[in-house]
Ligand binder design. Structure first.
Ligand code: AMP
Length: 227
């Protein structure tokens, strides 16, 4: 097969991916689109924890108390969840969104991947300013059923409070309130932002300008993975 042809394997996008970015940088939106295109599972630790909250489990109650104040759930609990996920899913592709969130999580993730003989292919780093994120988060509404994300003024649903995709009810996330957002941002800067350097040192990071509309974000993440 000639290089550059349709089946040129060297041009195939990476499939074991981590998505980094501040709260509201568009990780969930980019992940939903990318996982559909790459046909790999989307693993959001935030969604897993929200499901636990919905089921009112012990973990759900802990996650709720952390989320309401913008704090992180303890590292060990999160990495146990991730290891359980990796144990029972195919190892040829995934997209982690919202994990890892701290240096200890990244180090434990390395161990998990090593134990399962998985190589991380790429880390997408979504870059956006705090002012833009604040505007996005304060207008964000999410489908309680399929998790599609809207914005009350910029990307409104066709019918008020109803998801275009599945007809589910749109709700606001409890942690999208101003005070909680401020704490989440502080936690992001203190705990998570440094992970970009951790992965950059290994040559895995692709920076993506995420201060753009959804269509351009999709183009940028795709280009980042295929260039
Ligand atoms: P997210 O939907 O990714 O913004 O996550 C919502 C909340 O779940 C966060 O504010 C944390 O309290 C918790 N959470 C999600 N992922 C993690 C993680 N990797 N480590 C610790 N806490 C997490």
């Amino acid at each position: 097969m000639k290089s550059g042809g349709f089946f040129d394997v060297s041009r195939m996008p990476s499939r074991c991916i981590v998505l980094l970015g501040a709260p509201g940088s568009g990780k969930g939106t980019a992940a939903a689109w990318l996982t559909g295109r790459l046909k790999v599972p989307h693993v959001s630790t935030g969604d897993i924890l929200r499901a636990e909250m919905g089921a009112d489990t012990e973990l759900g109650r802990l996650a709720k108390s952390c989320g309401e104040t913008g704090r992180l759930v303890p590292d060990r609990i999160i990495t146990d969840l991730v290891e359980k996920w990796v144990d029972v899913h195919p190892r040829d592709g995934f997209l982690f969104d919202g994990f890892p969130r701290t240096l200890p999580q990244a180090e434990m993730f390395d161990e998990i991947l090593k134990r399962h003989a998985i190589r991380l292919d790429a880390v997408l780093n979504l870059i956006v300013s705090r002012a833009i994120v604040e505007e996005r988060i304060l207008g964000r509404v999410v489908c309680a059923q399929c998790k599609a994300v809207y914005h009350q003024s910029r990307v409104p649903p066709r019918c008020e409070a109803i998801c275009n995709v599945c007809g589910g009810a749109l709700t606001r996330r409890a942690d999208d309130e101003v005070g909680v957002f401020q704490e989440r941002w502080r936690v992001y800067e203190r705990e998570t932002a440094g992970l970009v350097d951790f992965y950059r040192a290994r040559g895995l990071v692709h920076d993506v300008d995420a201060a753009v509309d959804v269509g351009d974000l999709y183009d940028s993440v795709w280009k980042a993975l295929t260039s």
